[in-house]
Design a protein around this ligand. Sequence first.
Ligand SMILES: [Zn+2]
Length: 219
Amino acid sequence: MLSSNSSQAGLQTRSQRFNQAQDPVSKLVFELSKLPGIGEKTATRLAYFILKQDAEYARALASALVNAKEKIGLCSRCFTFTDSDPCRVCSDSRRESSLLCVVERPSDVFSIEQTAVFRGFYHVLHGVLSPLEGIGPDELKIRELLSRIEQSAGFVHEVILATNPSVEGETTALYLARQLRPLGVRVTQLAHGIPVGGMIEYTDRQTIGKAMENRMEIS
Ligand SMILES: [Zn+2]
């Protein structure tokens, strides 16, 4: 039988509705749908996929999640995710201490490391400035970045701002450049251009514009 409050059901948020639903499948779908890029539809598909596997898979997945969460923390120097503090990059004495690369997320460290081009150290901001979402300098690891450079006593010569080429990423880079220059370091930014293997015809205008601005002499 419907409750007397049923007319208000439409006003409830999705989260309230799921919290009320006690059945395990809805709970699983609700938790999965909190993941970035996962909507309710995908969450439902994932939930049914997990349920179709044998119990061992669910146990392995759950323990991998709990294990990762318990063992992984932030590196006290660069703020990337790590299971040892300082992280492997920060403890590598063969790296160049004069170079510091500033990125938005720990996954960016991983992507840049994959290229094996950069041999300096990193600093993870954990986001970008976004006044609309209430994210100001205090919400990011900016104070930590500035004090890290001050404490390096001139060891850091160049700070590479590797924020994403989005509006927020560019705003953050400009803000950081203004804060960093008075500290006497060279501030550079990644060149944004047409991706290797990409075609001008299929590249968006902004990328072509950036590529043109950052054009280099052919040696
Ligand atoms: Zn580190």
